[in-house]
Write a protein that binds this ligand. Structure first.
Ligand code: ZN
Length: 286
């Protein structure tokens, strides 16, 4: 399956849904890190969760979904934008072999930060007191929008990087949503096996689950891996450091080196590259 997000709607119920496939993007993230299978699972699920969330919360701008806790997985984050361009990283301290989700993250929270191109930054926080990331996300929707939501996430790196998920949600302001319709749709969604979720196209998957219902499919949206780091961005972050301090660093190390923890790119700035930051005189070679 190519990386994409498929939205759908049940004609006869006040229920909508999304299916996300993100194998290639997940593979890019995994390639740039040295994750254990346990950590990779959480990062893969977080990647899928972020795309499902991004497509559901309509905004123009950036979103970061971050897990922070006191377990060995100190931090995991996925960045995305409204076009579903994604990147991610994680920070681990200590042993992770054989640990479950709640053992990996420990006590902590999931933080959702939306930075719109125009308007106020929004931040939502959910406690990580659940056994799975999917139930944390379900709690988020329940708390923030009072919308009953079911989330199924699967990710893994053996034998290859695979990540996919389904989200089922009642439509906002749909007083006629019947509890039993929602339970019926969710119960069927829960019969899906990880392999089916990874391999079936959204059409085939929806047919497999809901061939007795009328399901309307919308246009798919591609999910793409893209890191936003660049030489220019590094330079602009260096611009906030005092020129004397930059001179000091160059004297000490011969150059300033910066590393992107998302895509593992290295940037190296020598004195000539930093002339603008150092006051623009080009006679500082000696
Ligand atoms: Zn990068």
């Amino acid at each position: 399956m190519t990386d994409q997000l498929q939205r759908f709607l049940f004609d006869d119920f006040q229920i909508r849904g999304e299916i996300a496939h993100a194998n290639d993007s997940f593979n890019e993230i995994v390639k740039n890190h040295d994750f254990t299978p346990e950590v990779a699972n959480v990062v893969g699920e977080l990647l899928v969760a972020t795309t499902l969330l991004t497509a559901m919360l309509k905004f123009e701008g950036k979103i970061a979904v971050q897990l922070q806790g006191d377990g060995p997985l100190k931090m995991a984050v996925i960045n995305a934008d409204q076009n579903l361009q994604v990147r991610g990283t994680a920070r681990v301290e200590g042993e992770t072999a054989g640990l479950s989700f709640s053992q990996l993250v420990g006590k902590g929270h999931m933080m959702i930060t939306i930075t719109p191109d125009d308007g106020e930054r929004y931040q939502g926080i959910v406690d990580l007191n659940n056994d799975s990331l999917s139930s944390c996300l379900e709690n988020y929707f329940q708390q923030s929008e009072q919308l009953p939501t079911r989330v199924i996430l699967h990710a893994g790196i053996a034998p290859k990087a695979q990540a996919a998920g389904i989200l089922i949600q009642t439509l906002p302001a749909s007083s006629e949503t019947h509890e039993e319709d929602f339970q019926h749709v969710c119960a069927l969604a829960h019969t899906v096996k990880a392999e089916e979720l990874y391999d079936l196209t959204p059409e085939d998957l929806l047919f497999r689950l809901y061939h007795q219902e009328t399901v309307r499919l919308f246009d798919t949206q591609p999910i793409t891996y893209k890191c936003s780091c660049s030489k220019e961005r590094c330079l602009s972050s260096l611009a906030s450091i005092a020129p004397e301090e930059i001179n000091e660093l160059i004297k000490e190390h011969g150059a300033i080196e910066m590393h992107c923890e998302y895509c593992a790119s290295d940037y190296r700035f020598e004195v000539n590259d930093l002339q603008i930051l150092l006051g623009g005189t080009d006679n500082q070679q000696h």
